[in-house]
Design a protein around this ligand. Structure first.
Ligand code: C2E
Ligand code: MG
Ligand code: MG
Length: 694
């Protein structure tokens, strides 16, 4: 049986056809939708991968350059564009410009050569060209065809390199645009919204890389610079110095020099006006030093023998150094030193006050053939010390003799350490006499170094070095103990209504010991001495330190019953009124005034003035260094209470002191050899005549 196909009703046919078409359209639409979805999914995945890759590179790369190189390549791949490039934002003397980082991604370097050359040849101002606009607006920009854009300054070069479409976006750190990245391709392309939406996230990752680099740079800078002045610090200076030494090794004939600059009187400013004022002075000095060196560079064209480059550093405190490289002769360094001196000539304004300072400068030059930075710095330092010793405010060139002196000093330091260990120090005692009765009222303990070979060394030859090395702290403690023990024994042997006093010198370093009071208490307890018989002698330099601490320590000593003397008065910087604010009992007029007293009316006047001021302040006065009868008589006529000097007795050892006290007359064999036989004889005879039997 067969089924006949009946011809379709035309109406029905049309209906079916329409339905079929609708279904096909619907199917196509579904297919299109899912294809679009897939494509979007694909695009989305590509974008995520791009962001991820750039983030990873930003986190792991060693340098910002690496991060940007990777990002340029990766973004060019993503956009299928052939060219990418980075501008950095730079700031100089307050004006901003965009400079090519010379970082490119390109597939055909030959082809873009004209465009690249022009881009790298000239910086762009804010607002200028595509990157300039991006910098100004802080947002991304797109140009479909740069060749047709009249505001694109590199238009001709772009045309020559076959460049048409461009886009650029800013890299921000915080609110600040720090770089601009630009991309180019060789045909016209309309703005790609999807990409432009991705840009801020890319920029964030790249911004982080720059931020991290900056933080690292800052750390490195901080580690190598002085925070107060921003100058290179010791570490960086030594590094540059080492480079100079290495450079000289390779290029015979290239010379360099080191200037070691130490301010004179800085400590006084610091101590009297406070640390803030001191810091302020240091900053101003560093500015003047910078100025002095700039002046030198400016003069290069005029005077051929000016150094061509220099490094100024602050080593710490009031110490600055200058490294001068490429000099012709050490005299160039002396010339710079003169300019430094001139630069410091005018007063500094500190807290509304005019403060004067000068510098002592030591110079060491590569002409002496140095192999290490430490060695040349050490010698420049030594030369500076010499400049100080020769009267400050001057410059000295290091020489071999200085080196030998330094070596001798080093040997002395070693000897002194040994001497301390081997108990090679002894005390001599010099009587202090009441000028109205000529009676011995006490004595000053003066230390000597008795070398194993019998030689007696005087404090002038070793106290300073012991002070500098800190050995004085140990010596001082021994002196105090020994002197108190002696005084205690002598008081037993020679009882008086007013017991004999013992004066002991306390050095600045000793005074600065935090446990000074504890030490002194211990010595008093151990030796059993009556603290009222103990006098501590301090110099003015001790009192200029931290005023509050000085006053507190002195007050505590007074509370123990100890009497306090100011030694060598008149040689320091302090004023009597300042000293009056401290609980001092005795003022010892320095012997230089006594020596000059009968030589000029002015000196006589000075002594008289000091004496009447001291009297008004209720202080006792001891005249140091009375050597002849005339001086003693003059002092007596002025009403000076006490005297100490060769006229009465030189410092003598304990045996001598005992026999002196026993007879209350002077011994016939002075122990110190510094006086001539004639002088000694004269002084002794006079002393014999004037000292009363006790
Ligand atoms: P000073 O404390 O001012 O001691 C007085 C110095 O003047 C002593 O010198 C003494 O010998 C000397 N002298 C005394 N009368 C005369 C005189 O009529 N003519 C001359 N030309 N000189 C006289 P000396 O013993 O050489 O001590 C020098 C300095 O060394 C002392 O000056 C003191 O500052 C320091 N010194 C001595 N012993 C010690 C000590 O145990 N500790 C500390 N820290 N310093 C000490
Ligand atoms: Mg003294
Ligand atoms: Mg003295």
């Amino acid at each position: 049986m067969s089924t006949a196909i009946e011809p379709c009703d035309p109406v029905e046919f049309a209906r079916l056809k329409r339905r079929l078409e609708r279904e096909r359209a619907a199917r196509l639409e579904v297919e299109a939708i899912s294809e679009k979805g897939l494509r979007e999914l694909y695009m989305r995945e590509q974008e995520l991968r791009l962001l991820q890759d750039i983030a990873t590179s930003a986190n792991l790369s060693q340098s910002v350059g690496d991060v940007f190189q990777f990002a340029l390549t990766r973004i060019c791949d993503f956009m299928a564009w052939p060219i990418g490039h980075v501008f950095l934002v730079e700031e100089h003397d307050g004006s901003v410009h965009l400079r090519s980082m010379a970082l490119w991604h390109t597939q055909d370097p030959q082809k873009i050569a004209p465009f690249r050359a022009m881009t790298e040849a000239r910086d762009l101002a804010p607002g200028e060209g595509l990157p300039g606009k991006v910098y100004l607006t802080g947002s991304a920009a797109w140009v479909a065809d740069v060749v047709a854009d009249a505001t694109f300054p590199r238009k001709n070069a772009a045309d020559e390199s076959g460049i048409q479409a461009a886009c650029a976006f800013p890299i921000l750190v915080g609110q600040q645009t720090v770089a601009v990245v630009e991309f180019y391709t060789d045909h016209i392309v309309e703005r790609d919204e999807a990409f432009m939406q991705l840009v801020p996230q890319v920029a964030t990752h790249l911004g982080r890389a720059i931020e991290r680099q900056r933080a690292e740079d800052r750390l490195i800078h901080d580690a190598s610079h002085d925070p107060l002045t921003g100058l290179p610090n010791r570490a960086l200076f030594l590094d540059r110095l080492n480079q100079s030494i290495a450079h000289m090794g390779r290029n015979a004939g290239s010379q360099f020099a080191v200037l070691f600059i130490d301010l004179d009187r800085f400590k006084i400013v610091n101590d009297s006006l406070g640390h803030l004022a001191g810091d302020n002075l240091i900053i101003q000095v560093s500015d003047r030093l910078k100025g002095a060196l700039r002046h030198g560079e400016a003069a290069v064209g005029l005077t051929i023998d000016m150094p061509s480059s220099s490094t100024l550093a602050r080593l710490g405190g009031d110490e600055f150094t200058i490294l001068l490289t490429d000099i012709d002769d050490p005299s160039d360094a002396v010339r710079v030193a003169k300019r430094v001196e001139e630069a410091l000539n005018l007063p500094f304004a500190i807290d509304g006050q005019e403060v004067y300072t000068s510098a002592s400068i030591g110079i060491a030059s590569s002409a002496s053939g140095y192999e290490t930075a430490d060695a040349i710095l050490r010698d420049a330092d030594l030369a500076m010390y010499r400049a100080k010793a020769l009267g400050k405010a001057r410059c000295e060139l290091f020489d071999q003799k200085m080196h030998q002196e330094a070596m001798k000093r080093l040997a002395l330091e070693t000897d002194l350490r040994r001497a301390l260990q081997n108990d090679e120090f002894v005390l001599h005692y010099q009587p202090i006499v009441a000028l109205n009765t000529n009676e011995i009222v006490g004595f000053e303990a003066l230390v000597r170094w008795q070398k194993p070979d019998g030689e007696l060394v005087f404090p002038g030859d070793f106290i300073e070095i012991m002070e500098e090395t800190g050995l004085i702290v140990f010596l001082g403690r021994w002196v105090l103990e020994e002197a108190c023990r002696t005084a205690q024994a002598l008081q037993g042997q020679f009882p008086r209504d007013e017991p004999l006093s013992i004066s002991v010198n306390v050095s600045p370093r000793q005074f600065a010991q935090p446990d000074l009071i504890t030490q002194i208490r211990a010595v008093i307890a151990e030796t059993g001495i009556d603290p009222r018989c103990l006098r501590l002698e301090i110099t003015e330099s001790v009192t200029i330190g931290d005023h509050e601490r000085v006053a507190a320590v002195l007050t505590e000593l007074k509370e123990l019953g100890i009497r306090l003397s100011i030694d060598d008065f008149g040689t320091g910087y302090s004023s009597l009124s300042y000293l009056h604010s401290l609980p001092l009992d005795v003022l010892k007029i320095d012997r230089s005034f006594i020596a000059a007293m009968n030589q000029s009316p002015e000196s006589f006047q000075i002594v008289q003035t000091i004496m009447s001021l001291a009297r008004n302040l209720g202080m006792d006065v001891i005249a140091e260094g009375a050597e002849v009868l005339g001086q003693v008589e003059q002092l007596q006529s002025m009403g000076c209470g006490f005297g100490q000097g060769y006229y009465f007795s030189k410092p003598i050892d304990l045996v001598g002191l005992r026999s002196l006290l026993m007879r209350s007359i002077l011994p016939t064999d002075g122990q110190d050899g510094s006086q001539t036989g004639h002088e000694r004889q004269h002084g002794l005879l006079d002393g014999l005549a004037t000292l009363k039997a006790g």
